[in-house]
Design a protein around this ligand. Sequence first.
Ligand code: GN1
Ligand code: MG
Length: 542
Amino acid sequence: MDLDAITKYSALHAKPVGLTLQYGTAGFRTKAEHLDHVMFRMGLLAVLRSKQTKSTIGVMVTASHNPEEDNGVKLVDPLGEMLAPSWEEHATCLANAEEQDVQRVLLGISEKAVVDLQQDAFVVIGRDTRPSSEKLAQSVIDGITVLGGQFHDYGLVTTPQLHYMVYCRNTHGQYGKATTEGYYQKLSKAFVELTKQAFCGGGEDRPLKVDCANGIGALKLREMENYFSQGLSVQLFNVGTTGKLNHLCGADFVKSHQKPPQGMEMKSNERCCSFDGDADRIVYYYYDTDGHFHLIDGDKIAALISSFLKELLLEIGESLNIGVIQTAYANGSSTRYLEEVMKVPVHCTKTGVKHLHHKAQEFDIGVYFEANGHGTVLFSKAAEMKIKQLAKESEDKKRKAAKMLENIIDLFNQAAGDAISDMLVVEAVLALKGLTVQQWDALYTDLPNRQLKVKVADRQVISTTDAERQAVTPPGLQEAVNGLVKKYKLSRAFVRPSGTEDIVRVYAEADSQESADSLAHEVSLAVFQLAGGVGESPQPNF
Ligand SMILES: CC(=O)N[C@H]1[C@@H](OP(=O)(O)O)O[C@H](CO)[C@@H](O)[C@@H]1O
Ligand SMILES: [Mg+2]
């Protein structure tokens, strides 16, 4: 390591005085103007991680659904998954080190993690469309080159595309070609093959309206459109030419406000969907003929997909186990539907895709989705091999189902939740099953729910257990929540500190919207009183 160069360049990427940041649920996120030093240092760290794993590591510059002025960075591990927890700690340590300590902290990490400094390093970089992203990505590159690492800059890509590239590179092309073209070709081929049967009758293309959150999804979907022209016709809105990123649009806006995005023309019964700012989340929705808005979130996407997969498994007659992974935010009706009607085992993990992804790996087929639309389906190597074999050898009906599963494996991004890939899966399943958006929505009825945020002095005073469904500290908080939940029918509520914002999240559901709103408000008051609320106490206005 050239220690002098590290010190010299660290000074050029100065840390704002007194700023402390934490590598949270999705990496570092804050106002873009505070992130230059973090980017440089994550370039340094990615080189160490690459040397240690002897693999390509990814660095993605994005703040996903957060406002345009924010930005963020996360590292992608060798198989396209999120950074290992022990390295999250190293990342936090390095990001918060004082300038003169950067080289000492780097050496400390190298020793602790047994990094062979002689090893070559290779890092790939991607960024979203935020105005600040290009310069910040350059700071990542500065960090990489100071430590002698090699890099490839993919420029503007969706977050799941970068995960995909990392996975492809580290499996030496077995998973696919590590180019955006390779990604488009692989997914489109699978989509076209899968839907051949549904679309063979000719007729008009199935229309779908897509709100791209004024983000990267618009650029990438435009590029990809030509590859899957058969059967599906997408109409893009909020493509970033006039509107602001994530402002009054995008998957997060639609999910949390339970209303349509601005800038989209919707007629009743039209199937519409929204991506978030870095295109790793998707939610669907429509207006019914009475003008009511219906949201179809990640839970219902998981329900549709798992019921389709279960049917195919029945046809191939193999006892592959399938599991659905959710978080505490999953609507109670979805859990009940999956367990009682679909008869698939459901598991609950902590919030954040890394937890869901990890759990999903325990199954032959692991379906995971956060309610907000972030998810994918993972197939074990053994399941994939069995399916491939059946697609070649078995008798007609079995072979057909196995072939469909084979294409589904290719259509899902196995590295990360991916709005484009999930959209194509949903479109394929709806077409093959001949379902309208209303019929899909009618699988079950969501329990009315409400999410609120409470500002407290230190959100870490709240610690949780049982996949974040129970608060352990501060004393008395869980008892208070239990007491409030008892007052309502079909009710459930929990509180947890956010991993991406400096707030405490409150979730409540109940038999009516009034009850869910009132329960959420009462729980917010309990958090405010018992966990050190700051500012004005929560008001009951939604
Ligand atoms: C309730 C909720 O939607 N939480 C989101 C949000 O995490 P928090 O830790 O709740 O801030 O951002 C995460 C990263 O994008 C996402 O994985 C997660 O689902
Ligand atoms: Mg996102």
